[in-house]
Design a protein around this ligand. Structure first.
Ligand SMILES: *Cc1c(COP(=O)(O)O)cnc(C)c1O
Ligand SMILES: [Zn+2]
Length: 401
């Protein structure tokens, strides 16, 4: 394993990666650091093509030492699909959709859960807990069961009901919360405190960015996009941003690949896509702020991005500025219209979060921020099948056969 330590991006402190860790003493999330010089000697990019079609192909850049702890259901290496018909219709013939709907548990959260649970098991953690907007809880419950860990999940009532069922099916301890993910977070905090606190006590706090390895799983989307394009970067990547783990992870992957010399200096412009019903990062980016203020009365049909006070705000804003990217909010009506338009033209039923990125791409093209010849990657972060209510069939007539 090439993992050397954990580093605080805010105060620069380093932390021991060989024992369970949560936040830095300054309150910032921690980032996993590797001996990239040694990684560069151990593996060449061409070698990955001969490896398994899952995220573990990037083994040297992942934080698990012993293969016995690798907990997998075949996650990763999802298709990067051209979308020429829809793309032409919005003036972006080089539009690509990375379909994370094909990942186990039907969302890219499985990437974070696979790596996070594997590392937790390796560090001797036996019980994880987290708040979730649905998909993360479902994924962590699933991978925890596979690794033989206990999982406690707190989820708002508004989360997609299938994600509740996934938690129950995997025998997680599920708590339904009449509130938002931030309320679920406070509730989990109390449970953990009562069990001796984290990381020292009985239950480990695996909340978004409060543990450093979920990010490592999600960063593999960045490696895959670049490998699938022949070790070239696209011009723009649009990401539906809630907690921001995928955005921060893709940025981290790009920085690692640049340091490894696997890509050049120019990074793709990263775009944080949010809903007009919950857009703390868009507001902070527009104001030139380094931190985001909590969003009041958050609501959107794209439930995975309904995160009013993300812990990774600083890191997200850094990722956007560092790549000359931007942040944009789109409304629910437009999201659903683009979801239907895309399905009709390309056949793939997107999740609303993925559809939000299409709306954003369309608007950024219309405003000139994206040029017509640019290669644009949109992340479809989950399977449309998890959100059946986005397609209305109640008004269909029943024929008399
Ligand atoms: C969690 C989630 C998101 C947001 O992901 P972050 O990395 O937390 O910003 C987007 N889409 C779906 C389907 C999700 O489940
Ligand atoms: Zn710090």
């Amino acid at each position: 394993m090439y993992l050397t330590h954990l580093e605080c991006p805010r105060c620069g402190d380093t932390h021991d990666a060989d024992r369970p860790q949560n936040l830095c003493t300054c309150g910032s999330p921690l980032l996993a650091r590797y001996d990239l010089a040694k990684v560069g000697q151990a593996v060449r990019p061409e070698e990955f093509t001969r490896r398994s079609a899952d995220l573990w192909r990037y083994r040297e850049l992942l934080p698990v030492a012993d293969d016995r702890y690798v907990t997998t259901l075949g996650e990763g290496w999802t298709p990067l699909l051209p979308a020429p018909r829809y793309g032409e219709s919005i003036g972006l013939p080089n539009l690509l959709v990375k379909d994370e709907g094909l990942v186990p548990t039907g969302s890219f959260k499985a990437r974070g859960a696979a790596v996070g649970v594997s590392r937790a098991a390796e560090l001797g953690i036996t019980h994880v807990a987290m708040p979730t907007n649905g998909n993360a809880g479902a994924a962590w419950a699933t991978y925890a069961a596979r690794a033989g860990l206990r999982a406690t999940v707190a989820m708002p009532l508004g989360a997609p009901t299938i994600t509740r069922r996934e938690c129950v099916a995997a025998n997680a301890e599920l708590h339904l919360i009449d509130g938002l993910i931030s309320d679920a977070g406070r509730y989990v905090g109390k449970l953990i405190a009562a069990s001796g606190g984290s990381p020292g006590g009985e239950i480990f706090d695996a909340s978004t960015l409060k543990e450093p390895y979920r990010l490592e799983g999600k960063k593999t989307m960045g490696y895959e996009i670049v490998e699938q394009l022949g070790w070239r970067v696209p011009d723009v990547i649009l990401y539906p941003t809630g907690g921001g783990v995928g955005l921060i992870g893709i940025h981290k992957a790009l920085q690692e690949m640049r340091e490894l010399g696997w890509i050049g200096d120019t990074l793709p412009r990263l775009v944080a896509v949010q809903s007009t019903g919950c857009a703390p990062i868009v507001r902070a980016f527009g104001a030139g702020a380094t931190r985001a203020e909590p969003w009041a009365d958050a609501w959107t049909v794209a439930f995975g991005i309904n995160v009013p006070a993300p812990l990774g705000d600083e890191l997200m804003l850094t990722a956007l500025r560092d790549t000359a990217g931007t942040a944009i909010a789109v409304d629910d009506e437009a999201i659903l219209a683009d979801l239907h338009e895309f399905g009709a033209r390309e056949g793939l039923l997107l999740c609303p979060e993925g559809a939000a990125c299409l709306t954003a791409a369309r608007r950024l093209r219309a405003g000139g921020w994206i040029r017509p010849d640019e290669r644009v990657v949109v992340l479809n972060t989950g399977a449309g099948l998890k959100y059946p209510e986005t397609v209305d069939v109640d008004s269909l007539p029943v024929v008399d056969a």
